[in-house]
Write a protein that binds this ligand. Structure first.
Ligand SMILES: [Zn+2]
Length: 342
């Protein structure tokens, strides 16, 4: 092993980098984990599946483009590389009328704001940002930094802090889509974050209602009452019953190569931020969120996502290890702690 490699204390799957501390894991005699063995059968037709989904999206876009009164699509836009690339893809491949929405969680890095402006201007995409008031955000993040308020399965995939933040993002973009009659909601989930099976899906009001109440219930009551305006109002399910949008996350089925994505984004003026950690290209809270999760659970909250990408071959094993196993940047951890007064 090279000296530049991070020091790893746990035993890792020889294929996907999941550690022995990951819940429910076991290894075979070759050091391959049960998650890898389970995936083997479904990976075989991965290539055909991606082609099938690309065609489905092409057809859907042909059908939907220019039908809505205002925008064809709304995109949850963090300014990070994945959502930037999603914007580029949708704009250049389909020439959609897109509205980009940034959830300003008060930890969007300055470099990210520059990227957001550059990318949306270059692609001629309208942009709005939504900034909840600081006292609410602060209590939300302080709570989730100290406590796991979500069910165990969600914590295999993301930290409590990220889950809270992303729950609000999803809710807000859907709410905006309904209010503005936008038929398509796009996310920049990486191929490791969300499976291809859910990459093109019409949202179902009954299911959304269920997800929303589960999310609401997870928050302590003093916080959830403050969050009411971010959730879908009960009347919307009836009022907009026929116009629930499609959710898409195209990066699950287009070629995903980090270096290539960054190269293409550079052309638009996007620059990899130097002010964030190894897993996030936009958020200044992420290193702290990772550290809280690591301390409570003994595994990195991004390891599930990165292991998926290594398994799928969209990232190599060494790159994955370099993303997951270095120490968290302590300056960034301290910065977040100080702002949250923890
Ligand atoms: Zn594995």
């Amino acid at each position: 092993m090279e000296t530049s490699q991070p020091r790893i204390q746990a035993k890792l799957c020889q294929r996907c980098i999941l550690p022995e501390t990951f819940p429910g894991i076991n290894f075979d005699e070759n050091g391959i984990c049960n998650y890898c063995r389970r995936e083997e059968s479904t990976m075989a037709n991965d290539h055909a599946k991606k082609a099938e989904y690309r065609q489905r999206l092409d057809e859907l876009m042909t059908e939907m483009k220019d039908q809505a009164p205002t925008y064809d699509a709304i995109t949850a836009y963090s300014g990070g590389k994945d959502s930037s690339y999603t914007l580029k893809l949708l704009k250049e491949r389909y020439e959609l009328r897109i509205l980009a929405l940034t959830f300003d969680n008060h930890f969007v890095s300055p470099k990210s704001w520059e990227n957001i402006k550059k990318v949306t201007d270059r692609l001629q995409i309208d942009h709005i940002s939504f900034r909840p008031s600081w006292p609410m955000v602060k209590s939300l993040f302080a709570k989730t930094a100290q406590e796991d308020i979500f069910p165990a399965p969600t914590l295999l995939r993301a930290s409590s802090i990220c889950t809270a933040c992303i729950g609000l993002v999803k809710s807000l973009v859907l709410k905006t889509a309904l209010e503005m009659s936008i038929p398509l909601v796009a996310f920049g989930w990486s191929p490791g974050q969300a499976p291809i099976q859910s990459a093109i899906m019409k949202t179902n009001p009954a299911m959304i209602r269920q997800n929303q109440s589960a999310l609401k219930r997870a928050f302590p009551s003093e916080i959830s009452t403050q969050l009411d305006t971010y959730f879908i109002p009960a009347t919307y399910y009836e009022m907009y019953n026929k116009s629930f949008p499609y959710n898409i996350h195209p990066l699950a089925f287009f070629n995903y190569d980090e270096q290539n994505i960054e190269r293409e984004l550079h052309v638009l003026g996007w620059q990899a931020p130097t002010d964030t950690d190894t897993n996030s290209t936009n958020c200044l809270l992420n290193a702290f969120a990772n550290q809280c999760h690591l301390q409570r659970h003994g595994f990195h909250p991004y390891v599930w996502e990165i292991a998926n990408m290594v398994r799928q071959g969209v990232m190599n094993r060494d790159e994955g290890i370099k993303k997951i196993y270095p120490e968290q940047n302590q300056k960034m951890v301290e910065y977040a702690k100080e702002r949250l007064e923890l």
